[in-house]
Ligand binder design. Structure first.
Ligand code: NAP
Length: 239
């Protein structure tokens, strides 16, 4: 019988879709969320897979996700904050709408869902939070104009360490994965040749490499407060 349940946001596409399949294969129950996960056509409901539509920027979505996970599977053991958007522009060209949109998903979404999840984990005596950030927050690259990514994902790397310290004694581990460029629908295939050059190991990451890192962290009981770079070495320096 399955005993562990994971909630994955942004599950309809790319990394979140790979995480959903990978955790199901690894024997977890999965609660998969995105704004349109039930109609995206990428996942079908199953006894061990609950699909829930909802915008994570809304506090009501966070409450609903945790309640539904508890009702269907009894408890929530792991939250993976994966949903995120990328709006690359020169800093001075960002509009107030861009700023609001990126903060809504990347920061408000993290805040509401993580707060509800940690409250639940406190009641249940432990759990884990894993957040997908980006290596660009640590290692900006000339020509890759991504200030709103650095502003939001950099904050998520910092709060990962803060929450790890705040909740370690309560049995709640908090980690992040900072990928380089991953081969997902976020990037047009025509851009891949250029994007490969953003890594010292000159290729894109596969979704499976992010899934493998997530499974490693979730199964590593003495690791917390870690930001694990899966970026072909990009965070290490210049190349
Ligand atoms: N791909 C990369 O190169 C790369 C590199 C570094 C970090 N990352 C990070 O990895 C994560 C996943 O990226 P990806 O490439 O897999 O992206 P993707 O293929 O564009 O998928 C994004 C997912 O997030 C969902 N989503 C977006 N806004 C949402 C919201 N407000 N509420 C709920 N769900 C929402 C989307 O579904 P709906 O449209 O149905 O909501 C979709 O399932 C992001 O946080 C991204 O920043 C990606």
């Amino acid at each position: 019988m399955k005993t562990q349940t994971v909630l994955i946001t942004g599950a309809s596409s790319g990394i979140g879709l790979g995480l959903t399949k990978g955790f199901l294969d690894a024997g977890y129950n999965v609660v998969a969320n995105s704004r349109r996960v039930t109609s995206a056509g990428t996942l079908s409901p199953a006894p061990d897979l609950l699909l829930i539509d909802g915008d994570i920027a809304e506090p009501a979505t966070a409450k609903m996700l945790i309640e539904q996970a508890e009702r269907r599977f009894g408890r929530l053991d792991v939250l993976i904050n994966n949903a995120g958007i990328f709006v690359p522009k020169p800093f001075v060209e960002y509009t107030p709408e861009d700023f609001h949109r990126v903060l809504s998903t990347n920061v408000h979404g993290f805040f509401h869902v993580t707060q509800e999840a940690i409250r639940h984990m406190q009641r249940n005596g432990g759990g884990q939070v894993l957040t997908i950030t980006t290596t660009l927050a640590q290692q900006p690259v000339a020509g890759v104009t991504s200030a709103l990514t650095s502003l939001t994902k950099g904050g998520l790397n910092a709060v990962t360490r803060e929450l790890a310290i705040e909740y370690a004694a309560e049995g709640i581990r908090v980690n992040a994965i900072a990928p380089g460029i991953v081969d997902t629908p976020m990037h047009r295939p025509e851009s891949h040749e250029t994007l490969k050059k953003l890594h010292p190991i000159p290729r894109l990451a596969s979704v499976q490499e992010i899934v493998d890192a997530a499974l490693f962290l979730v199964r590593a009981p003495f690791i917390t407060g870690e930001v694990l770079y899966v970026d072909g070495g990009a965070h290490a320096g210049k190349w």
